[in-house]
Design a protein around this ligand. Sequence first.
Ligand code: GDP
Length: 531
Amino acid sequence: MPGAATTTAVGAEAARRRTFAVISHPDAGKSTITEALALHARVIGEAGAVHGKAGRRGVVSDWMAMEQQRGISITSAVLQFAYRDLVVNLLDTPGHADFSEDTYRVLTAVDCAVMLLDAAKGLEPQTLKLFEVCRARRIPVITFINKWDRPGREPLALLDEIEQRINLRPTPITWPVGTAGHFHGVVDRRTGEMTAFQRTPGGATAAVEEQLTPAEAAHRYGGDWQRAVEELDLLGLTGADHDQDTFMAATTTPVLFGAAVANFGVRQLLEVLASHAPAPQPRVDTGGTPRGVDAPFAGFVFKIQANMNKAHRDQVAFVRVCSGRFSRGMTVTHAGTGRPFATKYAQQMFGASRETIDEAYPGDVIGLVNATALGIGDTLHDGPAVAFPPLPSFTPEHFAVLRAADISTFKRFRRGVEQLDAEGVVQVLRSDRRGDQAPVLAAVGPMQFEVAVARLDAEFGVPTQLEHLPYREARRTDAASQERLLGVPDAEVLTRLRDGALLALFTSGWRMRSIADSRPGVTLEPLLAAD
Ligand code: GDP
């Protein structure tokens, strides 16, 4: 039966997808491990698994050059490569200055996350923020402790920090032999075998790995091996072994040790992704019904990239495929409006260049160009109507009052602000005290403000001015608490346009706690709740 065969084929394609993001603090080594993962994929690829598409494109950028050399597909939002018989989609989580609500939203489109820690620093602020999103969404997390080639902290102390601070139980898959800075390799806890590493010059190629039996390792590494064995015994006693159910429930995390810069431990990470990370699962629709991966095509928009160049203004909507087979040119339905949406310009983004794609499967990401009708969280589907729940709003940490430079542009100003809010560029807050002419913009990262101001100018012809506010903390509150907080210094309550939520803003966590302590009955809830 052809129908059944097609269904099975989509299911099989979904089963070989692994879609994940790296959560880390700037400088932990995200770019380095991304390259290292791709490098390993190429190495496998040379053995015949990857069919390089080099030569078909003319534009050369860093990404492009990397793609051509390594036979992998890279987009500005997604790196796609083949590993063995898997298709791996690594979604980018922009950090540094471009850390924004988009960075959090990427985590709505992955099935798993790799938490990358610097061995000398452990859990850092940006990692913690991203981890909270994973926790709220119950995304399974694999931990990679990086930079083991440099002096760092004790492995047991790092595990302890993970367990104590974020209540995630570490279950090491590998264990380092040699202290941080004097790294000899890792023991695979499941087999007891040691993989010894030799740094290759500049880390330019995959690390040279050598398998050693426990006896050989003991002979070669003496005291360091002995110490690793003692630590492993300790771990064995505490029962810190990988358990697939608790990993999938996001209460335990498999841990690997390595040095991305020298490609140490990167192959093991790919192996863990292959054997433990989940393939795309059925996604629950707004009615609460899980939609199987082999149902007709459906996906949702998790990121919109607007081109701010006036001469070439378009908008790319990035869609995570949740079910079915996507083929370029198919006409799908925009669930919000019921209107048809033509996909002949479906593309993958390649650095500065773009290439059309012909098909995609659950777990993959497609870029739809000129998608001005689409907003963040919108569902696209084929066949009978389906809609996925809207994406959550994330906790903003930056606030600014926005005003039109010229009052005569107010109508356009209001339309523009509503549009940016609907697209999820910024969150828009209002209060009676400030009025509609001075909405407060709220953002996860300050670059969201720049994008908002530039787009109001370019698309709505409204020059605007921003006045930054000193607030840093936001909590959900209620009308009774709003009364109580009226006139309190260092605090203000506003209404979020998008969902009507009341947000209490405070200048610092410390002020927030002291205000709450002196006013019993004021309700302050975290904004990010598990759905
Ligand atoms: P990102 O900001 O997380 O993308 O970090 P990068 O990948 O740019 O790495 C930041 C710095 O750490 C760079 O200088 C890297 O060469 C270095 N780095 C990354 N991984 C390792 C590692 O395993 N060992 C050492 N010693 N340095 C590393």
